[in-house]
Design a binder for this molecule. Structure first.
Ligand code: GN1
Ligand code: MG
Length: 370
């Protein structure tokens, strides 16, 4: 179906004047659509939910319905009580003309339309300490918003997501394939990454062990709080919304904390090819933590704090492992423009992990002061 025909099945006022790809997500296909009439303009986001990644796309939409409903009610109550220091925003699902949350096309793909957060942008890399602090505040406030959600209202969007040991198992399984072994044998760099993983098998289990021992407990988390999923207000420079709500579900908030830091504290970005430029920036980390703790510090137990450093070290390792496994497996999960892209993305994350390890003492000192 043509995109313009597809989007016109949704209930949006005005006439469609532009429809173009936007964003740099690795999973879903995303388009910006602009509708106009004589007096006003409406901008919305059209997305195809990736069926290869999300086994049940309709579950993603049911979850999104629950999460946005919960957060909109809470945002509304806080705004009325004057409890907020700014206008926090959250995308809303735009229904079809028939009143459904999404449509299914002739290939069985699910398409949705959500509102665009206006006068705000997300960046692919951190712009400086102030931006990092606002990212922290936005994630912290989001954790506050979802903290009282009923976790049973949410179905598992992506079984095994952020279970690092599961990614090790998948990696080991991939290594059994002749095609993977060939790729590994053909490149010195790939062999170096394989060795990097072998040296850190224990690390993969640190948070899972703490959870099994009852030290850490699951709460609601975002699942994908990287820097380009955090919207910053164009006018005030303040964080205003978290987007990409597909993976909001019960999990360890440490996964969000570590994932946000691995993304924000690497100003070279995820696609850098010069590893010399990939370093964990502690000033950005300090600023992020300040913003985060201001909004969410009150939920942090002593045990939670104990494991913050581990989460900062674990998440670049986990993502590097996921990229590397996908490279060896024929690039079937993350979108790529060239065959070595996932190999390079893995190199970047592992270098970041090393950079965190080299700064352990001072990162722990920053975390102690929070
Ligand atoms: C994917 O779709 P996007 O680009 O926001 C991935 C994240 C990774 C991220 C790395 C569901 O997120 O886990 O951290 O790429 N999302 C999923 O860029 O796997
Ligand atoms: Mg995503």
């Amino acid at each position: 179906m043509e995109l313009s025909i597809l989007i016109n099945k949704f209930n949006i006022k005005g006439r469609l004047v532009a429809l173009q790809p936007v964003g740099s997500g690795n999973i879903n296909d995303t388009y910006l659509a602009i509708y106009r009439n004589t007096f006003t303009e409406t901008q919305v986001i059209l997305q195809r939910v990736n069926r290869n990644v999300f086994p049940k796309p309709e579950v993603i939409m049911e979850n999104m319905h629950q999460v946005t409903k919960h957060c909109h009610e809470r945002l509304d109550a806080d705004a009325r009580a004057g409890n907020d220091d700014r206008v926090w925003q959250m995308p809303r699902i735009i229904r079809t003309k028939e009143g459904a949350d999404y449509i299914t096309d002739e290939n069985g793909d699910i398409w949705r339309v959500i509102t665009r957060i206006m006068s705000a942008h997300a960046f692919d890399v951190a712009q400086g300490p102030e931006h990092a602090m606002e990212c922290g505040a936005a994630l912290g406030h989001f954790h506050y918003l979802i903290s009282d959600m009923d976790p049973t209202a949410i179905q598992d969007p992506l079984p095994g997501f952020h279970i690092t040991s599961g990614y090790l198992t998948a990696y080991d399984r991939t290594l059994q394939k002749p095609e993977a072994r060939e790729l590994l044998g053909a490149s010195v760099e790939a062999k170096r990454l394989a060795k990097f993983i072998e040296e850190r098998r224990e690390l993969a289990l640190c948070l899972e062990k703490a959870e099994a021992a009852g030290e850490l407990k699951k709460r609601m988390f975002h699942g994908d709080p990287k820097v380009n999923n955090i919207m910053i207000d164009d006018v005030t420079g303040k964080g205003t919304a978290m987007i990409d709500l597909d993976t909001v579900s019960p999990g360890l908030v440490h996964m969000d904390f570590g994932d946000a830091l691995r993304s924000i504290c690497n100003p070279a970005g995820e696609e850098e090819s010069n590893l010399m430029k990939v370093v964990f920036d502690e000033d950005l980390a300090t600023a992020f933590c300040k913003g985060y703790m201001r909004e969410a510090g009150s939920f942090m137990t002593d045990a939670d704090r104990e494991y913050l450093y581990d989460s900062i070290r674990l998440l670049p390792f986990e993502l590097g492992l996921r990229f590397f496994q996908d490279y060896l497996n024929g690039n079937v999960y993350f979108k790529t423009k060239q065959p070595e892209q996932n190999l390079n993305r893995a190199r970047v994350q592992f270098r970041l992990c090393e950079s965190v390890e080299a700064r352990e003492r001072s990162i722990r000192a920053v975390l102690r002061r929070l």
